[in-house]
Design a binder for this molecule. Structure first.
Ligand code: SAM
Ligand code: SF4
Length: 472
């Protein structure tokens, strides 16, 4: 079966996004009353999430003192659940072929300024090796929605190639995927090749805007896209990533719609998404809309929305990519981001030099190499983590949430983060990064609770003695 055949199956209209209800909530929410805001922030500390009405109130906070309290609460929630670790990954763009006309993306079918390229399996192995040699353990495979002659099998083979590739020191231990919506049958095949998370961004939940910016191709079908996570769940993929492309429609509407989507998944499957991505639209060659997003999100609103997401869905990871510049990334780490990409390229072949032609999807904001990002994180007091344990030890979906909710995940995550950080420092870091990192590991061990420290010390010592992939 290939993707052409899967397009014949269509989803019933999704009814779980209530646009009129969202508009009514936003209209009924006035200026943020400090008493109400503080009551909501106090409730958020119970780590049980927030309702739409609460989120609507927090989105209207503008007073500096209340903003500071909102950020402080987000910091507290992030610290309580995730500690100070940040998981690192890199995207691997395997192809920029695409049959859709998303007016904001350089890969859109009508863009004649872009050079098209689908990597061969040999080229994919070379890219994967380059990333392994940088120190990455976790990749996100990305492709446009049109595949070479073999159809969707191309994506499956590419994932197998990445898992089979060995570098001088190490291998890729987790492959996440961001590709177009699939049928249940194709999602089963995706699961069978051992993916970590399946990611799909609705871009905008606002139907009219969605129709306006997706001009042709299979992606025009809003319902087929929004129900992709349901089909993935049905196929047994319970690690899902959702997201919004901020800039297409008003961010306050998108936030409440995203919450409705999440609650739909929780109600239907007993577990919500594993991650939320928060891309803001970046300039893209040959796609003028991206240079002037219709509803741009300011830096201040961006930080606010990350903090609110942290409170509204405390156990869902938040991913920030290198679309954002180093300064914005630093400011939002503390507010709730749990995963970041580093050293990224968004052109197929970009890690092995590229060929100088125009192949990239959008302009990146953070051009720093992985080594520099790791050093920066360590100096700021964050643990750069290359951990891939949960998915490989079967801690996914509801099992992950059960473990995460009582805070027990800290007993696993903090030691695993430190041991994979130590692997990076020994195997890949430049001398200044290794110095900074080693000093950080010592400080970090000293600050841990005794029970966590004991586990972490055991793992870090094993890594120093030559063991790799030391995880609990
Ligand atoms: N082609 C598949 C799709 O559209 O679902 C998957 C890969 S697509 C390259 C990944 C994501 O890139 C899209 O979901 C969209 O949110 C994001 N994207 C597209 N154009 C962008 C731009 N100009 N700036 C930032 N992100 C963009
Ligand atoms: Fe193609 Fe995805 Fe870009 Fe749309 S966002 S043009 S589907 S690659």
């Amino acid at each position: 079966m290939n993707s052409t055949m899967t397009m014949e199956v269509r989803a019933a209209p999704a009814r779980f996004i209530d646009e009129a209800g969202i508009a009514a909530t936003l209209a009924a929410t006035g200026d943020a009353d400090p008493v109400r805001v503080r009551e909501i922030l106090a409730r958020a500390r119970a780590l049980k999430g927030l309702e739409a009405d609460d989120v609507a109130v927090l989105m209207n906070v503008t007073h500096p003192a209340l903003m500071a309290e909102l950020f402080e609460t987000a910091r507290w929630v992030k610290e309580t659940i995730y500690g100070n670790r940040l998981v690192l990954f890199a995207p691997l763009y395997i192809s920029n072929l695409c049959g859709n006309e998303c007016t904001y993306c350089a890969f859109r079918v009508g863009n004649t300024e872009l050079t098209r390229r689908a990597l061969t399996q040999e080229e994919i192995a070379r890219e994967a090796r380059a990333l392994i040699d940088q120190g990455h353990k976790r990749l996100l495979v990305v492709a446009g929605e049109a595949y070479p002659a073999e159809g969707f099998d191309y994506v499956l083979r590419s994932i197998e190639t990445i898992y089979q590739t060995r570098g001088a020191r190490g291998e890729i231990r987790r492959v996440n995927v961001n590709v177009a919506p699939l049928s249940v049958a194709d999602f089963r095949r995706l699961k069978a090749v051992g993916i970590g998370t399946y990611q799909i961004f609705q871009e905008t939940y606002h139907r009219q805007t969605y129709a306006r910016v997706h001009r042709c191709g299979p992606k025009r079908d809003y319902d087929w896209r929004i129900t992709a996570p349901d089909r993935a769940m049905e196929a047994g993929i319970d690690d899902l990533g959702v997201g919004i492309l901020f800039g297409l429609y008003h961010w306050k509407f998108e936030m409440l719609a995203l919450l409705q989507h999440i609650r739909h998944l929780e109600r239907t499957f007993g577990v919500g998404p594993h991650t939320i991505s928060v891309p803001r639209m970046e300039p893209a060659v040959g796609s003028p809309l991206a240079a002037q997003p219709p509803q741009p999100v300011s830096d201040a609103d961006f930080q606010k929305l990350v903090a609110i997401l942290r409170l509204a869905v405390p156990y869902t990871g938040i991913i920030m990519s290198t679309r954002e510049n180093a300064e914005t990334r630093r400011a939002t780490f503390a507010l709730g981001v749990s995963q970041i990409s580093a050293g990224s390229r968004c052109d197929p072949g970009g890690y092995t030099g590229g060929d100088g032609r125009q192949l990239e999807q959008f302009q990146l904001g953070d051009h720093r190499a992985l080594d520099e990002v790791v050093r920066d994180l360590a100096s700021l007091g964050y643990t750069p983590s290359f951990c891939t344990a949960c998915y490989r030890l079967g801690r996914t979906g509801a099992d992950f949430m059960d473990l995460a909710k009582p805070g027990l995940i800290k007993l696993h995550c903090a030691p695993n983060a430190l041991s994979t950080c130590m692997e990076y420092l020994l195997d890949h870091a430049s001398p200044p990064t290794r110095r900074e990192g080693e000093a950080f590991v010592v400080r970090e061990l000293a600050s841990m609770e005794p029970a966590v420290r004991e586990i972490a010390l055991k793992l870090v010592t094993a890594v120093r003695e030559g063991k790799r992939d030391a995880l609990v």
